[in-house]
Design a protein. Structure first.
Length: 150
């Protein structure tokens, strides 16, 4: 019965580890420690890739790499990882550019609409390095749990 939960547990542990190390990575990187990084999207390592790779590999190890479950998990993993490193990353970059344009325009014209005062999150997606780190974390968690779960 509990073996059925191995993929889900792998997913949850990988995501929790990836999110749990983000405040410490940011402390090392910037000298700034904030607990809000525990729930932040983006950053190193990618919890998207860690969780989905752990889930996908766990399903493959549990049900077989020729199972329909693995095929579904693999397809979802590819789409989400592509989105995290491309679509969401460039959306975040677009927000940065837009914020800079608004700041520059405020020196030229008066912009009174409150929409220009809104704060937008700039980091939405992941760099390729953040994605790869998450992939390795997901593989590690899935394999370690596979041998512990047996």
């Amino acid at each position: 019965m509990l073996k059925n939960y191995y993929p889900l547990v792998s997913f949850l542990i990988a995501v929790c580890i990836a999110q749990g190390v983000k405040p410490f990575i940011m402390l090392i990187k910037t000298g700034d420690f904030r607990l809000q990084y525990l729930i932040a999207s983006g950053g190193y390592p990618s919890s998207h890739s860690a969780g989905l790779v752990a889930l996908c590999l766990s399903i493959g190890l549990k049900d077989g790499f020729d199972s329909s479950y693995f095929a579904i998990a693999f397809a979802i993993m590819v789409v989400v990882l592509f989105d995290a490193v491309n679509v969401r990353y460039y959306s975040g970059r677009n927000i940065s550019l837009t914020k800079q344009l608004v700041e520059d325009l405020q020196y030229i014209i008066e912009m009174k609409d409150p929409i220009y005062d809104e704060k937008f999150k700039e980091v939405l997606g992941h760099t390729k390095l953040e994605l790869v780190a998450g992939v390795f974390l997901g593989i590690l968690v899935s394999i370690v749990l596979y041998f512990l779960w047996r």
